[in-house]
Structure formats: C-alpha cells, structure tokens
Design a protein around this ligand. Sequence first.
Ligand SMILES: NC(=O)c1ccc[n+]([C@@H]2O[C@H](COP(=O)([O-])OP(=O)(O)OC[C@H]3O[C@@H](n4cnc5c(N)ncnc54)[C@H](OP(=O)(O)O)[C@@H]3O)[C@@H](O)[C@H]2O)c1
Length: 224
Amino acid sequence: MKTLLIIGASRGIGFEMARQARAEQWQVIGTVRNAAGITQLESIGAQGYILDVTDANAAITLKAQLGDTALDVALINAGIFGPRTPKLEAPSHADFNAVMQTNVFGAMQLGATVGAALVARRGTLAVTSSRMGSIGVRDGTAGWLYRASKAALNSVLKDMSLVLGPQGVTCVTFHPGWVKTDMGGSGADIDVATSVRGIRQTIAHVTPAQNGSFLNYDGSPIPW
Ligand SMILES: NC(=O)c1ccc[n+]([C@@H]2O[C@H](COP(=O)([O-])OP(=O)(O)OC[C@H]3O[C@@H](n4cnc5c(N)ncnc54)[C@H](OP(=O)(O)O)[C@@H]3O)[C@@H](O)[C@H]2O)c1
C-alpha cells in the first residue's frame, strides 16, 4: 500500500489531498492543529497527528509520530497568507514572523525528517508554494510578504533537492493554481478537487530528472 504524508491536512488543499488519496486506497497520514482535525481525517480513514509547524519542537514531534513509517509521497502544505497589502506597506514584526515561520521555517524544520522517511521508497517530496513567489513572472506587488515567503520556500525546496535528490528522493515545489479555499476565496479560478487531481497526477509521473523543479499543478514548469 502506498503511503502519503500531508503536513497541514485540516482543510483546503491538504484535506482534499487526503480525501483523494484515501479514495484510491492509499494509507494517509495527515497533520492538523486540533482534535477536530483528527476526527475529520479519521472519518475518511486517514490517520491524524497534532503538529504546529511553527513549534520549535515540530521536527522531534513528527519524527516520533512517524516512527519507522516509509513514505511514498509527502506534501508540506501548511501556509498562511498574511496581510493583503497592495503595494510596499511595511509588515508588522508579528505578521512577518507569523508568515515566515509558517511558510518557511516550517519547511526548513521538517524537511530533513520528512526526506529521511522518503528514502527507502525513493519517494517524492512536494511543497505547496505559489506562482506569487516567482520572481521570473512577477507582475504585481499584492501580498508582498506572502510573495517573499514563497520565494524563500522555493529556495528551501531547491536546497532539499540537492541533498535528497542523490538519495533517490525527487523534490518539487508546486503552484496549486488559484484555488477556491479559505485562502483563495470563492472568486478563485479552480475548485480544490481540480487542483489536487492535477498535483497528484503530476506527482505520479514526476521523474528524477525533474528533481528541484517549480511546477504548476498541471505539470508545466514555472520560472523561478
Ligand atoms: N488557495 C490558493 O489559491 C493557493 C494558491 C497558491 C498557493 N496556495 C498554498 O496552498 C497551501 C494550502 O492553502 P489552502 O488554499 O488550502 O489554504 P487554507 O484552506 O487556508 O488551509 C491552510 C492550511 O494550512 C494549515 N496551517 C496554517 N498554519 C499552520 C501551522 N502553523 N501549523 C500547521 N498547519 C498550519 C491550516 O491548518 P488550520 O486549519 O489549523 O489553520 C490549513 O490546513 C498553502 O501553503 C498556500 O499558501 C494556495
């Protein structure tokens, strides 16, 4: 049985990823931040653990939760948007810390632990980034703190690919599309099922040659 780990599986893209994988009989382990999230995961036959990615002990906690579980796919998905600024508004310390800790520190903290669990099955490590983090296609400034955090997350994924790629783990960073979730809002381009179907299909066909790439949910490359 194939095994999937989702960091940030309570709702939106993370929960839909759990739902679709369970529908195809995968073993699914999801992390959430409260007991209600665990109950929700259990209702679809997935296993839930409590983990806040900003917790300084999150890597130790996750290591204990996973034990010697071998993973085929892992998605580091937890993220927040932060202030919806239009231009160059200075962020508060609190907003800066919250966005960077969730979107960047979380992945940096958990990457080695998640990566180690993927080595035995030569699995795939994906992070949920955003096209808003691309510098190459940047054509707007809205949410510049979020943009900076996703650009930093892409840098982190590239470094993971350089360490984990030679161990057989393929590392990719995804733009999930503009998705109708709590974060994306009801006016977004695509529904969550379409986004996740695309990400899952892309992961299913990803090759080691794509290690360290930035991909759209439909598998097409995005400039850094
Ligand atoms: N929706 C879009 O259009 C879009 C576009 C580009 C990229 N993305 C990215 O896709 C990912 C998922 O977003 P979404 O649209 O599904 O948003 P969402 O519905 O707001 O879900 C965000 C998820 O992140 C979790 N999370 C937030 N802070 C956390 C923390 N400190 N520790 C652990 N988990 C935490 C949330 O858990 P709680 O329920 O406990 O808060 C929730 O499961 C994010 O990284 C986002 O940046 C989304």
